[in-house]
Write a protein that binds this ligand. Structure first.
Ligand SMILES: NC(=O)c1ccc[n+]([C@@H]2O[C@H](COP(=O)([O-])OP(=O)(O)OC[C@H]3O[C@@H](n4cnc5c(N)ncnc54)[C@H](OP(=O)(O)O)[C@@H]3O)[C@@H](O)[C@H]2O)c1
Length: 281
């Protein structure tokens, strides 16, 4: 246990880092920065906007005013990378973001996705037909109220549609100026390389956290290529944040909260790591 704590302390760096000016009010700025596509610089700790919708990521939140307040607070705390998708709600998460934050503050990056149809609460069906991906890009532009989507991610590669057709429409949307950078989600290294032969890939979003590391090889690849790696479920959907959970003892010894340990571990793991923890409140 002591070796584990020492390792985490080492990874977390000095226990009392000198805060950047204003960092106490905007703590997300302490996570460092990463330039998506080598170009759009964001604070590495982002926010995932999936939990803002109704149960099963379906429909309106129980408390709409609270969802709006959460988004505004995230930005106040220094977050300038918000992850969402057409399928969260569907549409509800993007609509909330627009209502809460439009006109967007300078430097705020909204990353959205397409490629999953919703047939009901907790139901997700890959749908990668090029005309559907194009429609969802157009609808996200309209809902978010932007001329161009900073980061447009293919939510899943649809096995029923040739992958090159899915990557091809992303390339076309980028060429047309509707999308600035393209990302992928739940992919392996061979799929990233296949996509890169057709369109430049700026980020990869795979499930990854301290307790679930199946994408270690993808993370290494992204680190080597300076490609953003966005770990979804960074808190194991809350399990790693629990007061009595797996990280409770280590957190106590470090004078931190379990969620902070889980996020610090991710941030120290790789300079390309961009965690997007979510909360509804
Ligand atoms: N690409 C994909 O396929 C994919 C799939 C899933 C998610 N995502 C993205 O990843 C983001 C993060 O995923 P996620 O929200 O499911 O997982 P998560 O960030 O690991 O966990 C979020 C959950 O943790 C709880 N939580 C947050 N902070 C906490 C704290 N300090 N103490 C106790 N509980 C806490 C939240 O509950 P409360 O709401 O009660 O605070 C929420 O239920 C999503 O918003 C979405 O943008 C992507």
């Amino acid at each position: 246990m002591n070796r584990t704590i020492e390792a985490i302390k080492h990874h977390m760096g000095p226990s009392k880092p000198t805060p950047a000016p204003g960092a106490n009010k905007r703590p997300a700025t302490r996570s460092g920065t990463f330039a998506i596509g080598g170009d759009i610089r964001v604070h590495r700790l982002g926010f995932g906007a999936m939990q803002l919708t109704g149960p099963g990521v379906w429909g309106e939140p129980a408390d709409r005013a609270q969802a709006i307040a959460v988004l505004r607070r995230a930005v106040e705390l220094g977050i300038n990378l918000i992850d969402t998708a057409d399928s969260y709600g569907p549409y509800v998460s993007e609509e909330l973001i627009r209502e809460a934050l439009h006109p967007y503050p300078k430097g705020l990056v909204i990353a959205t996705k397409a490629g999953l149809a919703r047939t009901g609460p907790s139901r997700w069906v890959p749908l990668g037909r090029p005309e559907y991906l194009r429609q969802e890009c157009e609808m996200s532009l309209r809902r978010l109220g932007v001329q161009r989507i900073d980061l447009f991610q293919l939510h899943r590669i649809d096995p029923k549609v040739p992958a090159e057709d899915q990557f091809g429409v992303l390339r076309d949307l980028q060429k047309e100026g509707k999308v600035r950078y393209v990302g992928l989600s739940e992919v392996n290294v061979a799929e990233i390389e296949a996509a890169r032969r057709i369109v430049p890939i700026a980020t990869v979003q795979n499930q990854y956290n301290l307790a679930y590391r199946h994408s270690e090889d993808v993370l290494d690849y992204c680190t080597g290529e300076n490609m953003g790696f966005i770990p979804w479920f960074p808190l194991a959907t809350g399990d790693l944040a629990k007061p009595g959970g797996a990280l409770a003892r280590i957190a106590r010894r470090l004078g931190a909260k379990p969620a902070q340990v889980a996020l610090a571990w991710l941030l120290k793991k790789s300079p390309v790591m961009l965690p997007i923890p979510g909360t509804s409140r």
